[in-house]
Write a protein that binds this ligand. Structure first.
Ligand code: WAQ
Ligand code: MG
Ligand code: MG
Length: 242
């Protein structure tokens, strides 16, 4: 098998993220050597034509992934839900997530943390699944990286969904994570999801059309070593099988 490379893009407006730039877009793939150039090009185009605005800082990073470092995991099952309002969608979130591992309090706190964001984070908030206490520090959040689908085509042609399903599958495969809540920060995309117990529950109407407020919350068990969870999410190369 030919060698695989991780190709990652992050883009901001008003300078680099680390100099206070506002996050526009981030995306990544794991591809063969022959595809690196094409993928770098398409990730760059994406940063330059984004509904959140035009990036003035784009960083592309490419590195080789040693084949023996790759973990293969199964994709979450998808369940589609129908709702007719934001309040109904958020109500559904409070019905789907709570269980032995996640309290209703934690879910309500997570919803208000996401609604309360005043600008996009690059990463996700980590929230204690029982107390609802936020565990990550700073405003970057935990950025899940080094993942792709083993066969991108098998996951369909909705790019938002394909990427979210890959990310959510990696997140749920982390030891210590018991759930996730997400909706996009892209103003033209209002579908979100919750992930728990091996299922990706796809939910429409998670926010107002036109709103650029979105984000992610990962629910974690109280007793975990969050450093090792973060290390897995940010660095371990993962390919998702359908
Ligand atoms: N790691 C952690 N958090 C991330 C990452 C990442 N790699 N990428 C994005 N986020 C966080 C960050 O706070 C973003 O502002 C927020 O999530 C939303 O990211 O139809 O497109 O890429 O089934 O705008 C979900 C529904 C779409 C898909 C989610 O999110 C479907 C989406 P976006
Ligand atoms: Mg995205
Ligand atoms: Mg976005």
């Amino acid at each position: 098998m030919s060698e695989l490379y991780s190709v990652r893009m992050r883009a901001a407006q008003g300078g680099p993220h680390e100099k206070g730039g506002h996050h526009i877009s981030g995306a990544e793939r794991i591809v063969k050597l022959e595809e690196v150039g094409t993928i770098a090009q398409s990730l760059t185009d994406r940063a330059l034509h984004h509904s959140k605005g035009t990036a003035d800082f784009i960083n592309i990073t490419v590195d080789l992934i040693p084949p023996e470092k790759i973990t293969y995991i199964d994709c979450l099952k998808v369940e589609e839900h129908k709702t007719s309002s934001i309040s109904e969608s958020h109500q559904l979130v409070t019905e789907l997530l709570p269980g032995p591992n996640i309290s209703e309090t934690a879910v309500l706190k997570a919803i208000s943390l996401l609604k309360g964001l005043d600008k996009s984070m690059r990463g996700a908030m980590l929230v204690d699944a029982i107390t609802g206490e936020r565990l990550d520090t700073g405003d970057r959040g935990v950025r899940v990286s080094h993942m792709d689908s083993f066969d991108s085509y098998a996951l369909g042609d909705n790019e938002h969904m394909r990427e979210a399903l890959v990310l959510a599958s990696k997140v749920q495969s982390a030891d210590g994570i018991v759930g996730e809540l997400c909706w996009s920060d892209d103003p033209d995309y209002t579908v979100g999801y919750v992930a728990c117990n091996g299922v990706y529950h796809r939910i429409p109407n998670m926010k107002e059309l036109g709103s650029n407020i979105g984000g992610r919350v990962f629910f974690v068990r109280s007793n975990i070593d969050s450093e090792s969870v973060i290390e897995y999410l940010e660095r371990a190369p993962v390919l998702v099988k359908r």
